[in-house]
Design a binder for this molecule. Structure first.
Ligand SMILES: [Zn+2]
Ligand SMILES: [Zn+2]
Length: 285
């Protein structure tokens, strides 16, 4: 809810003319409560979980020759029913865990200082804050994920996420309810450290989930724009973690590769990559 009754009043308070984006935001949000704006995340998450993996489902079912060379584990192909079962389980967790968590976490958002008013942040401010959120979340996620690979954590909680040894897009948020709750903490840590605007927070929630779907896609597309992001892990990187499974002590990071590099947990992956390179070289001779 904005503390202005009209655009003119907002412009007077800011001492300048509003930008087009600010006018649009005023018209959209002026009469809506902050809680209602925060709850938009429910719709965004529902849409991301439901629609973003759909092209991957189509690719998996069709699997033309042109595309199959990019599949990371070509021997494993899931049927429509199997993928739909994964989606149903994700939706169940969405309505039982993710949704309620969103609804009750609003006081935290208020407490850390996510704002909904004017002026809107600049594009640079949004990009820099998102960068910090990704870095912080990646670091927190790394250690929680690594902890979940101890005997107790894996058998009691993390085993569920590893049911898919060859991940698919829908399986990105597929996890035990306790894992969903625990991994919510590093997601909030970045915004808590560098609180921004609600729009930045929305973008953060959307981008993080889209990134997770890409990472679990099971395909390493050379044209993916994420290939240009320095130290980005990507699908191949995380696919290896799922391929090895519960015994995996490699590639714990969810977004970037720097944590695994610094803490030496990418050795298995690097070795395997080198080994495959040699095998491919020998086969081509
Ligand atoms: Zn794992
Ligand atoms: Zn995973």
């Amino acid at each position: 809810m904005l503390p202005y009754q009209s655009l003119q009043e907002a412009e007077l308070a800011l001492g300048r003319e509003l930008t087009l984006a600010e006018k649009l935001w005023f018209n959209y949000s002026a009469q809506k409560s902050d809680y209602y704006l925060y709850c938009h995340n429910l719709l965004f998450l529902f849409c991301v979980f439901s629609f973003v993996p759909l092209p991957l489902v189509f690719i998996e079912l069709k699997l033309s020759k042109n595309i199959s060379k990019y599949k990371l584990q070509p021997k494993i192909r899931l049927s429509f029913q199997e993928m739909f079962r994964c989606y149903k389980d994700v939706m169940w967790m969405f309505f039982v865990v993710v949704g309620p968590l969103q609804l009750v976490s609003y006081p935290t958002i208020k407490w850390i200082g996510i704002r909904t008013g004017l002026p809107l942040p600049s594009a640079w401010e949004i990009v820099l804050q998102l960068f910090v959120y990704f870095l912080v979340e990646d670091f927190g996620n790394y250690w929680i994920h690594r902890f979940l690979h101890n005997k107790w954590g894996y058998e009691k909680i993390h085993r569920v996420h590893h049911e898919y040894t060859a991940p698919i897009g829908f399986a990105a948020p597929y996890a035990h309810w306790a894992e969903i709750l625990i991994l919510g903490i590093p997601s909030f840590l970045g915004p808590a450290m560098v609180p921004g605007h609600m729009i930045t927070f929305w973008l953060w929630i959307i981008l993080r989930q889209v990134e997770a779907i890409e990472t679990h896609s099971g395909y390493d597309f050379p044209w993916s724009p994420t290939k240009y992001i320095p130290f980005y892990g990507g699908a191949e990187y995380h696919d290896y973690h799922h391929f090895v499974g519960g015994q995996s002590q490699s590639n714990f990071a969810s977004v970037f590769t720097y944590c695994d590099y610094i803490y030496g947990t990418d050795k298995g992956y690097r070795y395997q990559k080198e080994h495959l390179k040699k095998v491919n070289l020998l086969q081509s001779l």
